[in-house]
Structures are given as C-alpha cells and as structure tokens.
Design a protein around this ligand. Structure first.
Ligand code: ATP
Ligand code: MG
Length: 553
C-alpha cells in the first residue's frame, strides 16, 4: 500500500539519508480537529510507526488573537482518541519564539530583512498580481542599523498594531508571490495562551513553520498542496539561517468530502451562531462530533487508509466514510430493541400480569457477544412503521388479519385496530400463538416479517435524535452562500421513543444497533433514567429503496 510519500521515505531510509523518519502533526489551536486533520494525523503518525520513527505533536500557536487553551486541550484529546501517541514529543511553536526572534535579527543584520512602515493595504497594493510584478516599498532600503533599532522597538512594544512589519528582502519581481518580500513578523498586542504578555510581535506562519521543523529535526514535513508555492520561501529561509537541520517538505492533497465543509472558520461560525449544539454536535465533521455521534476511531482510521494520499485534489463521497464506520459497527455494536415512533400492541389472549423472559442474541454476526434476556408481557410497543392498515403491495409487515413473528418471542396476528378521535391508529389488538414460543412454529409456517418489540411495562422512555447531512447539496457553497445550503432538517428529535431497560443508564459514547433501525449512540445529553440517543447511521433500508423505486405503495 505504498503511496508516493511512503515511497520517498522508504527510499531515504534505504539510501541511508536517515535512520528513521521524524514527522509532525502541526495544528493551529484555533478550532477543533476535523476529518481532514484525521487524514493528516493518520499519515504522519502512521508513517512514523511503520518506519520505526517518531511523530511530534506541535502546536502552531503563532496567532494569539484566534487561539485558545480549550482548542489545545481538545486537539490533544482527539489525537489520542484517534489512537495516536506523541509521547514526550509535545511541542509549541511559541517555545521557539526567542530563537525565531534571534534568527530574524540575524536576517536583518545580514541585510536580508527590513522593517516596513506601509499599512497592510499598501503592502497588498505593492505586491502585484500573478501577471504583474510587485513594487518595492519605499522602506526597502533602510539602513541595517535603523532596521535593527526599529525591530527591537517593535518587540519592546513601542508601536501600535499594524503600524510596522518585518519583511524578508527577497525579490518583488519574483513570479512566485510568496517570494515578494513576505512578512515575517507582525505587531499584535494580544495575550498569548502560553507566553502571556511576553511578546507583542508574533512570527507569521511562514516564518515559524519551517524553522520549527528544523529545530525539531523533522525529516519529512508533510503538508497540504496549498503550501507547494510556499516551499521556495521555506527553502530560502533555511538557506539563509543557521538552522540545525534541513527538513524535506512534501505536499499531498487535502481531504474534501461531499455534503461537508472543512473550514475551521465556517465551523466556528456554525457554533457561534448556534446552528449546531457545539463543536461536538453529531452533525459536525469534527473528530469530537463524530465521536459523539458514535463513529468508532477504528472506522475513521480505516477511512483514512481507504482514501490514501494523492498529489491531486479530489472530493471523496461521504458514503465512503459511512461505509467504513458501518463496517466496524456491524462487527462491534451490540443489538438492542427500540421503538422510535411507538405503537401500542395488546395481546388479548396473553394472561394479564404474566411476564416471560426471552434470550436474544447480542450480535447475530458474532456468537461470542452472547445473549441477553428481554421481558415479554401482554402490552408491547412496536414500530409504527411496521404496521399498515391497508398494506401496500410488497409491504409484508403487520396488517389487519396478518401474522408476523416477534423476534425471539411469538407469532402474533392483528385482529383489530383502535383509533383515536382524530382517526389515527393508537393501538392494535392482537392474538399470539403459544405454540410459537421462541419464534418458530411446530407446523413450519413462516411469517414474511420479523419485527422488533418491547414490553410496555418494562421499556424506558428515551429521546432519539435523527441526523441527516448538514448540507442539502453535495457541493456546499457552490452557489456562493454556504449558509443557504445548510439543511434545516439535519436534526429531527423524537422525544417519545422507547428502549430496552438495559439502556436506561448506558455510558455516553456507547454505540448500539437498534435492530432494523440503525446505529445509535448514547449522547452526552443523557441523564440517569432518561437516555438520549444520537443516530450514528442508518442501516441499509431496503423498504425505503423499494419505495424510492416506485414499486411500493
Ligand atoms: P483551516 O484552513 O480550516 O484553518 P488548516 O489547514 O489551517 O485548516 P491547521 O490546524 O493548520 O488547519 O492544520 C493542521 C494540519 O492539518 C496541517 O498540516 C494541514 O495541512 C492539515 N490539514 C488541514 N486540513 C486538512 C484536510 N482537509 N486534509 C488533509 N490535511 C489537512
Ligand atoms: Mg493552517
């Protein structure tokens, strides 16, 4: 399964250039990690593990106005939850601020950097375009001594935000805009989550990133394609600074998914505007959202392996992620009974007050998962969808006069229907066949449908939240407005569901398969005796498919 990056690493090891690779995952702590980051994490930590090297977790904390301790903590939690470990190799770009500053001073001293008094707008105007060269700033040829003095005073806090920057002196006519005297330092009077008020100038990402890699001895600095055009700048800095090592940058394609937006800025907006229940809302493409929704980390890792790494950007179908998750859950999620939209069934010939216990399989695909005991009594809940008063063609479930199997219990036959004042069916009067105890008939007759069920006297009330894609279109924002593409029906709350009594106090984060309904995860909003479930994924619903084809009724 060697992708082009693994081939490069293997060749470098084979050539004796390195004993083992050192990689890093470098998040900016300005939001929660998302599924795109998971791809990068799996790649960096995966390569380190496969080649006996190591992977650093380094926070690129160079932008204090947007960064918070909450994000630093959540990122560490998420990387560990994904199954990766950095050990003692936890680093922060802010730990290198003093070193980076010294190197900047060295560039100034060598005449390779200068303090520019132009405003941000003026700098942009001078930068030129892809087809036109840039123009020199009037401050470009400041004497070295004046630059040294001004840069020291920038650090000392003498100047207001935005009044001056430090720029590399490279080439305003370069065809690569990143080489047109890029900004190395900005004045930002803002407290930093780690360095507090020590600094009021902060290095740009472009200045901090490559040098941080060099300080840590990163052998392969893996980043997404948009940084390809920055590589000549990183090389220029490495060539012009006395750095201790020379990392090799390799770019790969960013993960993009249908029905999904992976911009932290936009995700933050959804959180701030209250469109979702927070960064960990089960609809969010964040790692914490997927965890809350019940995606196992193994499914996310499998997905990362499936999509691999490539040199060309492309969009992956979200169904591929769902497939990877279902694969794991099908194997691991215990089966339970639940009625999302419950319909009462009274078994008229079943003795009042009698309770029987039936053993049902926890996972029909895995006998080692064992069985559990489920109570049966005279009044039951079944799923409203499992009944049709006038059954459509190909609808084989319960209907007046029809017999079905209750999984692991008895065959029942619907005798009559009770309706409320509004004409809605509120109860089914049924009879059972005592000879079918355990779910099989001695005469060999076989109902066409097997339903799940709950004893009404024993079932526990639950809230169930159904989730659909966050966006109505596979390409959100194609029309120019992301907000307009949000799916207003991405969450449906079912407040009156019932589940087995064993699910009353399940620990949040446990995922079950509600038989015939889908995968559901105990939500963190659950309270003792009042569980809340988030639908992780549906099963493949064959009836819905039949209906969609128009052959049903
Ligand atoms: P955003 O643009 O939303 O702020 P970012 O890329 O700036 O995201 P970082 O925290 O800088 O977020 O990302 C950390 C690492 O994760 C980087 O190396 C980046 O290349 C990688 N990464 C981010 N998004 C993706 C993605 N969609 N696919 C693959 N890798 C990604
Ligand atoms: Mg970034």
């Amino acid at each position: 399964m060697a992708d082009f990056i693994r081939e490069i690493v293997a060749a470098d090891v084979a050539a004796g250039q390195i004993a083992a690779p050192v990689t890093r995952f470098p998040p900016e702590p300005n939001g929660y990690l998302h599924i795109g980051h998971a791809k990068s994490i799996a790649l960096n930590f995966g390569i380190a593990a496969e080649f006996g090297g190591r992977c650093h977790l380094r926070f690129d904390d160079t932008n204090p106005e947007k960064e918070e301790q909450e994000y630093i903590d959540s990122i560490q939690h998420d990387v560990r939850w994904l199954g990766f470990e950095w050990g003692k190799h936890l680093y922060f770009a802010s730990d290198y601020f003093e070193q980076l500053y010294e190197w900047a001073v060295a560039l100034v001293g060598a005449g390779k950097a200068y303090v520019d008094d132009l405003s941000a707008d003026e700098i942009r105007e001078h930068r030129g375009t892809l087809t036109e060269p840039g123009r020199d700033s009037p401050w470009r040829d400041r004497p070295v001594a004046e630059n040294l003095d001004l840069f020291a005073r920038m650090r000392a806090g003498e100047f207001a935000n935005g009044t001056r920057v430090l720029r590399a002196k490279i080439d305003m006519a370069s065809p690569n805009i990143n080489l047109r005297d890029p900004i190395l330092y900005r004045i930002v009077h803002a407290a930093h989550p780690r360095t507090g008020d020590t600094w009021c100038i902060y290095p740009t990402y472009d200045f901090a990133h490559g040098q941080s890699d060099a300080i840590e001895g990163i052998s392969h600095s893996l980043c997404t394609l948009e940084f390809e055009a920055h590589r000549p700048l990183y090389d220029w800095l490495i060539d012009n600074l006395p750095v201790p090592s020379r990392p090799r940058q390799i770019e790969f394609a960013r993960l993009a998914l249908t029905y999904t937006v992976l911009s932290k800025r936009f995700l933050l907006r959804l959180v701030k505007d209250g469109f979702v229940r927070g960064w960990d809302d089960p609809r969010m493409p964040t790692i914490s959202g997927m965890r809350r929704r019940g995606y196992p980390s193994e499914g996310i890792r499998d997905f990362a392996t499936m999509v691999g790494v490539d040199k060309a950007n492309s969009t992956i179908e979200i169904e591929q992620l769902e497939y990877a998750v279902r694969n794991v859950l099908n194997r691991t999620a215990p089966r339970r009974f639940a009625a999302l939209d419950p319909l009462r069934v009274v078994i008229e010939n079943y003795p009042e007050g009698q309770v029987e216990a039936f053993e049902v399989a926890n996972n029909p695909e895995d006998p080692s998962a064992g069985t559990r005991s489920v109570e049966f009594s005279r009044e039951l809940w079944i799923e409203r969808d499992d009944f049709m008063e006038e059954p459509a063609p190909k609808f084989f479930r319960l209907a007046p006069g029809r017999e079905v199997r209750l999984r692991g219990a008895y065959f029942i036959t619907c005798q009559s229907v009770v309706k409320g004042a509004d004409g809605k069916v509120v109860e089914l009067r049924c009879t059972y066949d005592p000879a079918t105890r355990g779910g099989d008939a001695p005469d060999g007759r076989r109902p066409k449908a097997t339903l799940h069920w709950l004893s009404a006297a024993h079932a526990v009330k639950a809230e169930v939240r159904l989730y659909d894609h966050l966006f109505t279109t596979p390409t959100p924002g194609a029309s120019g407005d992301l907000m307009a593409d949000l799916n207003p029906d991405s969450e449906t709350v079912l407040p009156h569901a019932f589940v087995e009594p064993s699910l009353a106090d399940g620990p949040a984060g446990t995922t079950f398969q509600f038989e015939r309904l889908g995968y559901f995860c105990v939500d963190s909003d659950s309270a003792p005796g009042r569980p809340v479930f988030s639908r992780t994924l549906t099963l493949k619903d064959t009836w819905a498919k039949v209906q969609a084809r128009g052959t049903g009724g």
